[in-house]
Design a protein around this ligand. Structure first.
Ligand code: SF4
Length: 110
């Protein structure tokens, strides 16, 4: 059976999507230590993007049932710094998140 253009386009789209899923956590891993994001302005919980991902400065205030036990910004694969109370985050570029915060984008640190 011959492949149609639609089949080829669908396969290409799936490959690009799969690459994106792999690249996002790797991006956090590769940029974490070199970011130097300690002086960034703090992300507000009222920020539109923060609200969309249910970000909270203190993970104990996360909506019930959404957060896995032990999930914090400081052990998220998307946090950009290894230390400091306020750290950069791959999802909220240009802003600092609290090390004890959390959002729905949390990914286990590898
Ligand atoms: Fe950023 Fe959310 Fe991870 Fe915190 S939990 S570091 S806000 S992606």
């Amino acid at each position: 059976m011959a492949q149609t253009d639609t089949d080829r386009n669908r396969r290409r789209l799936l490959k690009v999507a799969a690459a994106g899923v792999v690249a996002l956590p790797l991006n956090g891993l590769l940029t974490r230590s070199a970011a130097g994001t300690g002086d960034l302005p703090r992300l507000s919980e009222d920020d539109r993007a923060a609200r969309a991902l249910s970000y909270v400065h203190d993970a104990v205030n996360a909506s019930a049932g959404k957060r896995k036990d032990g999930a914090l910004c400081k052990n998220c694969n998307l946090v950009l710094d290894n230390q400091g109370e306020w750290r950069g985050c791959s999802l909220f570029r240009g802003k600092a998140v609290n090390e004890n915060g959390w959002c729905a984008g949390w990914v286990r640190r590898v």
